[in-house]
Design a protein around this ligand. Sequence first.
Ligand code: ATP
Length: 139
Amino acid sequence: KERTFIAVKPDGVQRGLISDIIARFERRGYKLVGLKLLVPSKALANEHYADLSKKPFFAGLVDYMTNGKAPVIGMVWEGPAVIKQGRVMLGATDPTAAGPGTIRGDYCLTIGRNICHGSDSAESAEKEIGLWFGGKGEI
Ligand code: ATP
């Protein structure tokens, strides 16, 4: 069964959007198989965003995710095409390009505060689920 990692980032938690985001996935018919509230460690955030380590915004992004001003919700959702459809439901990474009806298209305008994260491939889903949920056994 296909699984993906979806996170509500600190801005989404701070703005009270956890329940809305969960509701959208539940209503679609996807199954919630893992959920945790945490302030990620620097090591976790560095590894999660390892592909972006050369980008100028990397340090700010990791600090934002880990500074503890608000926690992160990490979730694993399961169901048909959930990796691709999860990204569709989130909307474009840059919220100014995100369509109405998507989470980002409905709630934000700034790429650095785009509320949520979703795995972009089967490989990243497997890596991210292992990273955030401790790998095999836990879920
Ligand atoms: P995500 O992994 O969060 O779903 P993505 O895979 O679509 O997003 P990436 O290019 O991997 O997009 O960027 C990861 C995250 O880095 C973005 O969601 C955003 O929070 C942050 N980010 C990307 N570009 C910028 C930027 N120019 N300035 C600030 N933050 C950025």
